[in-house]
Design a protein around this ligand. Structure first.
Ligand SMILES: [Zn+2]
Length: 417
């Protein structure tokens, strides 16, 4: 069987014909070149407007990298025609297997980008004997195509969160769609200011923004404000995950302060290695840990009192009626304000000041409870960690859209992967 027979089977284009395939040494490697020529009588497409036009002349031959075969790099070799277009003037023709000035065929770029979802970009470049840059460009092309062709209609629920990158205090704002049956990354923006988040709503437009019914967020003020400003009609829900995280953070502060104080004053270090004991849900502890926790709870410590407040708060999530949940919340806050444990009091104050948004979670019938946003954000962090070379936010954004955007892909007539 000839190589061109296979190509005609899987990568055939109406206006062009595969000529012979041959071995050529290129940059010290044996490569396969397949000559391509226009089908007789076929007129070229103008790359400016896509209309068939009269030919003008031909450009020098160029190589377009195709999917490697049995260890040999494969190139399509073609001399592009130029057309004389009444609208665009004299321009190069549009070719079906590659876009614009790209050296890689679309099929190869799509293949690289799909592997780049499974392996790190570095690993893909090694596996295909190509550069990291080529892998990145391929992902970028697929992502841009996807962003241009995706639909933003019918978004009912969104969640907003941030991730920190490049060690410093640099943030990306991430907006997710969290509808049942449609969960994806919608948008990323630099920093986490009001200006950042407004850009998302600008992209979405007023009409689509007005169709949003639920918004989940943490307590970051700029987000709260923009939601208030752009999504008046939506039910704004403070995410359960963020509240639990805040509670744990405060309890851990109490524990650390007290452990230091006890050490200073020469007490037995009973709080040593108790961090996870106190932060984990009691039901998730192992038998041995449960024993240690029981011992710890017998001490009269601020940490223990803080822990009991935190555990008590778990009940809050069990309510179904917003009114009863509200009563519980008020009671809990009152009790905590009496506790004289400053970090816990701070939690109570925060909960009080966001009372309505927190109770919205019950009004929304707990639909957005299972930490969808948290799960997505964990995936985002994983994407960031999995690959190196994400020093620049542009590249990180590409990687995030690629991994979490569920973007449509350019369609080929054959699945090479
Ligand atoms: Zn034209």
């Amino acid at each position: 069987m000839l190589l061109t027979t296979i190509l005609n089977q899987c990568y055939r284009f109406k206006g062009s014909i595969y000529g012979q395939a041959r071995f050529v040494r290129h940059l010290g490697r044996q490569t396969i070149e397949v000559l391509v020529r226009p089908r007789k009588g076929s007129r070229a497409l103008c790359s400016g407007c896509g209309v068939r036009c009269a030919g003008y002349d031909r450009l020098p031959e160029r190589r377009f990298e195709f999917i490697p075969l049995w260890g040999y790099p494969v190139f399509l070799v073609y001399a592009r025609r130029r057309v004389d277009c009444p609208d665009c003037g004299i321009v190069a023709e549009q070719i079906p297997w590659a876009e614009g000035k790209r050296h890689l065929t679309s099929a190869y770029m799509l293949l690289l980008s799909r592997w780049a979802r499974r392996l790190s970009w570095r690993e893909v470049s090694r596996a295909f004997h190509t550069s990291w840059e080529q892998v990145y460009r391929s992902v970028e092309w697929v992502v841009q195509w996807g962003l241009e062709h995706r639909s933003l209609e019918g978004i009912r629920a969104i969640g907003v969160d941030e991730i920190q990158y490049s060690k410093g205090h640099k943030y990306l704002t991430l907006v997710y769609q969290i509808d049942a049956g449609r969960v994806r990354l919608l948008w990323t923006g630099r920093e986490r200011t009001m200006k950042t988040f407004r850009q998302f709503f600008d992209l979405l437009g007023q009409e689509r923004s007005s169709q949003i019914e639920f918004v989940c967020s943490d307590m970051w003020k700029p987000y709260l404000q923009v939601i208030h400003e752009r999504c008046v009609q939506a039910l704004h829900i403070l995410d359960r995950f963020h509240i639990v995280a805040k509670m744990n953070e405060s309890l851990n502060k109490v524990r650390a302060q007290e452990a230091r104080r006890m050490k200073r004053e020469g007490y037995e270090p009973v709080l040593k290695k108790t961090r996870w004991l106190l932060l984990k849900r009691r039901g998730n502890l192992k038998q041995e840990q449960k024993g240690r926790l029981r011992d710890l709870l017998s001490y009269n410590l601020r940490t223990v009192r803080g822990y009991l407040l935190k555990e008590d708060f778990q009940q809050f999530w069990e309510y179904t009626s917003p009114a009863w949940a509200g009563k519980f919340l008020d009671q809990w806050c009152r009790q905590t304000m009496y506790s004289k444990i400053e970090p816990m009091k701070k939690v109570a104050r925060t909960l009080r000041s966001h009372r309505e948004l927190i109770l919205n979670w019950f009004t929304a019938k707990k639909q957005f409870s299972s930490g969808i946003v948290e799960g997505l954000n964990n995936k985002a962090k994983l994407t960031m960690r999995k690959s190196y070379g994400f020093r620049s936010p542009e590249i990180l954004e590409m990687a995030l859209y690629h991994a979490l955007g569920k973007l449509p892909e350019p369609e080929l007539t054959h699945e090479f992967y």
